[in-house]
Design a protein around this ligand. Structure first.
Ligand code: GDP
Ligand code: IMO
Ligand code: MG
Length: 422
């Protein structure tokens, strides 16, 4: 068997959590491959709303095994809060949530370092989620990290060495902090974590594949936040692209099957950094209000703009997307016209590829008629308004990949599969 991969194509928050939940019944296993509690994946069903940060979004569908892979960074304190909340609402995790021994731990001092580095950057700050993501991946790459498997061997020594190193850095930055509460919650988290099954997830996943089991790999963030291909340095610190599933789970490239690329019918970004199609007018406010565009982790207002097909084409190329999923179509239900960016203007010259730097590029738009129809109760593609079908055809023609799923609301049920010929 091959694995399928589902990932965001924009700046995150495309609706990955919702779709992973919808697709999970078709798979035996769901596995997260990168990121950490910087993610906030919102799921709605049966009148309930859940936000997942480190736990894969396949956790609500029956007894499916969910795996936190080696590419993920885990904060035990936040994990405990997230898992306990799920258990309190009747979802038993202990047996079916497996955690890679090779996943790196976010230490309390990583969170402090995240804040200290951001403060030191002043106006140039990235606008991180403050969860210690950058410093934890930095320690991983510089071979100084502490991993989940270390909890079982010589843990106190490893923790103390990492903490001492971090405290040296914080001293050099003259950064004041108090670790007491953070550290207390963190060690409670470590004790809690010990109740879960620590696994060699690369062995587990490859064995499952040889037994004919199917695996869905869930990405966090989005391609435009990828450490290599995103709008650097305003990115996260992991490979959010398709290849991240290979390194973040131990899956060989020739085992990749379908690659689902998710995008919103428009575009959002949270945190600092260039965003060519950002709107600063009433239309932008309207998208923000109608789409409830506020971060599920930080509550920050998301910046809103029109869809950027130059960036999307780039993401599709880098990720090898085979099927597209369009989210939040309903948010545009009331618009008379809809714009799509098909090229950038750089120093007066028009380009249709994603350049080295997107700072200051001007979007070139085409305008399409809106459908001005409430789509939120639609059940099948037969009900789609003509203008909506025209918008889909336009996107497919521009992007060269079929749109197979359309989402028309936050609920699990508000998901429409398209069966049109490819
Ligand atoms: P993720 O990080 O990619 O999982 O996305 P988030 O959960 O951070 O953000 C997506 C938000 O949009 C969540 O609040 C979802 O409940 C909501 N959502 C998902 N799909 C749709 C949709 O089709 N329409 C509307 N209106 N909301 C949606
Ligand atoms: P999901 O999985 C949107 C952004 C932050 C910041 C940058 C770096 O819910 O789509 P970090 O804390 O990772 O060092 O922050 O990346 N960011 C996200 N934006 N959705 C996310 O995750 C994000 N995770 C990180 O806002 O700009
Ligand atoms: Mg999110």
């Amino acid at each position: 068997m091959k694995v399928d991969i589902l990932l965001g194509l924009q700046w995150g928050d495309e609706g990955k959590g919702k779709v992973v939940d919808v697709l999970t019944p078709r798979y035996d296993v769901v596995a997260r491959f990168q990121g950490g509690p910087n993610a906030g994946h919102t799921l709605e069903f049966e009148g309930q709303k859940y936000v997942l940060r480190s736990i894969p979004s396949g956790i609500f569908q029956g007894d499916k095994v969910n795996i936190i892979g080696n590419g993920v960074v885990l904060d035990p304190a936040l994990f405990k809060a997230e898992a306990e909340a799920l258990e309190a609402s009747g979802h038993n995790l202990k047996e079916r949530l497996h955690i890679s021994k090779k996943a790196h731990l976010i230490l309390p001092t990583h969170r402090i370092l995240d804040a200290a580095y951001e403060a030191a950057k002043g106006d140039a700050k990235v606008g991180t989620t403050g969860k210690g993501i950058g410093p934890t991946y930095t320690d991983k790459i510089s071979r100084n990290g502490v991993r989940v498997g270390d909890i079982l061997h010589d843990f106190d020594k490893k923790y103390a060495a990492a903490k001492a190193r971090h405290e040296q850095i914080l001293k050099s930055l003259n950064y004041e902090y108090d670790l007491t509460e953070l550290e207390k919650a963190w060690f409670e988290g470590i004790e809690y974590l010990k109740q879960f099954r620590f696994v060699d997830s690369e062995h587990e996943i490859n064995s499952l594949l040889s037994e004919g089991k199917s695996v869905l790999c869930e990405g966090a963030q989005g391609t435009m936040l990828d450490i290599d291909f995103g709008s650097y340095p305003f990115v996260t610190s992991s490979n959010t692209v398709c290849a991240g599933a290979c390194t973040g789970l131990g899956i060989a490239p020739n085992k990749i099957g379908e690659v689902y690329g998710i995008f919103k019918a428009y575009c959002t970004r949270v945190g600092a950094g260039p965003f060519p199609t950002e709107l600063f007018d009433k239309t932008g406010d309207q998208i923000c209000t109608l789409g409830h565009e506020f971060g599920s982790v930080t509550g920050r207002k998301r910046r809103c703009g029109w869809i950027d097909l130059v960036a999307l084409k780039y993401a599709i190329m880098v990720d090898g997307v085979t099927k597209l999923i369009m989210m939040k179509s309903d948010v545009l239900d009331s618009f008379e016209t809809i714009k799509a960016c098909v090229a950038y203007k750089v120093n007066g010259e028009e380009i249709d590829y994603f350049p080295f730097d997107i700072e200051g590029v001007e979007p070139v738009y085409v305008e399409l008629p809106g459908w001005q129809t409430d789509m939120t109760k639609m059940q099948s593609e037969d009900e789609f308004p003509e203008e909506f079908n025209a918008y889909l055809s336009f996107l497919e023609e521009q992007l060269g990949v079929p749109v197979k799923i359309v989402s028309v609301g936050p609920d699990r049920e508000q998901t429409i599969e398209r069966y049109t010929e490819e």
